[in-house]
Design a protein around this ligand. Structure first.
Ligand code: NAD
Length: 518
């Protein structure tokens, strides 16, 4: 193939598959001024899809998101066609048909005999190898992944996925075109799950692992991760995605990685699928959606009343110690706590190898991965209160997981959460589990991202952009890493690895290597 000129006059785009994704892609391409030829193998579906789009765009005219002229223009550019032969003029094909290798490969082979040799062939596959789809094509270098996210008009991210034989110029042309369509593009190499579906696995897997060992309830897990800045908790999100879909993606990533134990699917989720508890779509998942579709929230408790103390000592340094200090001083200054603490002095132990609070010889430590019981007698551990330097300081009424040592006195086990309350948190007791809830989840997301970069799947900035734009994470994994530091993240993962054995928590060589660079 020669020319890759998708600019300046917008080339006609053939969209194959007029389902959820195909129609969204057609809309976005038409909005960018392309004539879109829309094809679906089921007769009448392309026409129906365009009519459906017309209805939804009209509704947006009422909300002043579009003018009537905009809608007329967009619809006039979308042309349903009944045979693929009508698309010979296309300069770009975007395929959004059923997620089956043979169907996609067959379609592209057929298209090669219809479109010009310089027409770019893009697949919107979310899980199939781009390399495998291209195998057997006359010009495999022109096939590239163009992975949109649902709903296409709203979601900014496009993963531009290169297979083994994709020409770099083709990937670059699709990158540029995606940006011109108002999207943010990232390059990815064709590997299982690409970027987002790979790095996101631990967000679900850690919650499912904690549920399996009965460490916490879905309500608590969701509340903790929402408080950490995620738009939705993992359980409510899995309910929304559908457990069948989520389970299928996990299984496909697991199988595609030659059954690497790091990606083992969860028995908890399989049982839900087996039982037809698929989430919102079936009316029951972790939560019930029978009547009003709302997810329970954890509410704040009353202000704490703490025993009189002369002083408290803040241990450790770094972003999390700073956040804790800010919370404590705020609590004292705003008299959130009883007057005895207002008179107490705050001492500092910056050289301490742990972060947290010490009161009369009792410790309330930020989790470093180790269980409270492992750490000693008068010890309680709590979860991450802050995640990024800039975007999230400690917020009042943030739910926080904590756990007492199995050897702690009942007095300290009672007082420790009151200290957390005094600092503006809503403590939720979970089992004494390594890495509690947020810390282990973040560490695993960072680890997976580090592994993806280590294996050349994407760059670190691409991983950050993809997770923020593709699944609305509050920060990118490398932004968390910059805040937390490689050493604590590695140490936390090593604790998990030792505790559970198996492969799930093995530290990425890329992350381990970053230890020595700092
Ligand atoms: P969908 O079932 O809504 O639509 C698929 C459409 O393709 C159907 O209308 C079907 O009739 C048509 N079709 C199937 N085989 C065809 C063929 N050989 N030729 C022409 N038309 C054919 O599916 P969807 O959710 O829009 O997914 C489409 C693709 O996009 C899949 O590869 C999927 O993995 C990927 N994807 C989906 C999502 C999502 O959230 N739904 C997100 C990203 C990527």
């Amino acid at each position: 193939m020669t020319a890759l000129n998708l600019d300046p006059a917008p080339v006609p785009v053939l969209v194959v598959g007029a389902g959820i994704m195909g129609l969204g892609i057609a809309q976005v391409a038409a909005q960018a001024g392309h004539t879109v030829l829309l094809f679906d193998m089921r007769a009448g579906v392309a026409e129906e899809a365009r009519d459906k789009l017309g209805t939804s765009l009209q509704a947006m005219v009422a909300k002043r998101k579009f003018t009537s002229d905009d809608v007329a223009k967009i619809l006039s550019l979308i042309v349903p066609i009944v045979t693929l032969e009508e698309a010979a003029s296309a300069g770009l094909v975007v395929e959004a048909i059923v997620e089956q290798l043979e169907a996609k490969r067959g379609l592209f082979q057929q298209l090669e005999s219809i479109v010009a040799p310089d027409c770019i062939l893009a697949t919107n596959t979310s899980s199939i190898s781009v390399t495998a789809i291209a195998n057997g094509l006359e010009h495999p270098t022109r096939l590239v992944g163009m992975h949109f996210f649902n709903p296409v008009p709203m979601m900014k991210l496009v993963e531009v996925v290169s297979g083994l034989r994709t020409a770099p110029a083709v990937a670059e042309a699709i990158f540029t075109l995606s940006e011109r369509w108002g999207k943010s593009a990232v390059h990815a190499r064709s590997t299982p799950g690409f970027i987002v579906n790979r790095i996101a696995r631990p967000f679900y897997a850690e919650a499912l692992a904690l549920l399996q060992e009965q460490a916490a309830t879905p309500v608590v897990l969701d509340a903790c991760l929402r408080a950490a800045g995620f738009r939705m908790g993992p359980c409510e999100l899995m309910d929304l995605i559908g457990h069948d879909t989520n389970f299928a993606v996990t299984q496909s990533v697991y199988e595609a990685n030659f059954f690497d134990k790091r990606y083992v699917p969860s028995l908890v989720q399989r049982e839900m699928v087996d039982g037809g508890m698929l989430g919102r779509k079936s009316g029951q998942g972790f939560y019930s959606y029978a009547s009003v579709a709302s997810v329970p929230v954890v509410s704040p408790r009353a202000n704490a009343v703490l025993p009189t103390v002369k002083h408290v000592c803040l241990h450790g340094t770094g972003a999390l110690a700073d956040a804790l200090q800010a919370a404590l001083l705020h609590a004292i200054e705003s008299s959130l706590v009883n007057s005895s603490l207002v008179r107490a002095t705050v001492q500092y132990a910056p050289d301490s190898d742990w972060v947290g609070l010490e009161v009369a010889g009792c410790q309330l430590r930020l989790t470093d991965g180790r269980c409270a019981t492992q750490l000693g007698k008068e010890v309680c551990v709590f979860d991450l209160p802050v995640l990024t330097q800039s975007s999230r300081a400690v917020t009042a009424n943030s739910v926080l997981a904590w756990a007492p040592s199995g050897r702690a006195s009942s007095a300290w086990a009672k007082q420790a959460p009151q200290w957390l309350e005094a600092m503006g948190f809503i403590p939720q007791q979970v089992a004494d589990t390594p890495g509690l809830v947020v810390a282990r989840t973040i560490a695993m997301l960072v680890n997976e991202a580090a592994d993806a970069v280590h294996q050349g799947v994407c760059s670190a900035p691409a991983a950050d952009a993809a997770m923020k734009l593709g699944v609305n994470y509050p920060a990118g994994p490398f932004e968390w890493l910059a805040t937390l530091g490689s050493a604590p993240v590695c140490a936390l993962l090593d604790v998990l690895d030792t505790h559970y054995r198996g492969e799930r928590y093995r530290v990425s060589p890329g992350l381990r290597h970053s230890l020595w660079k700092n």
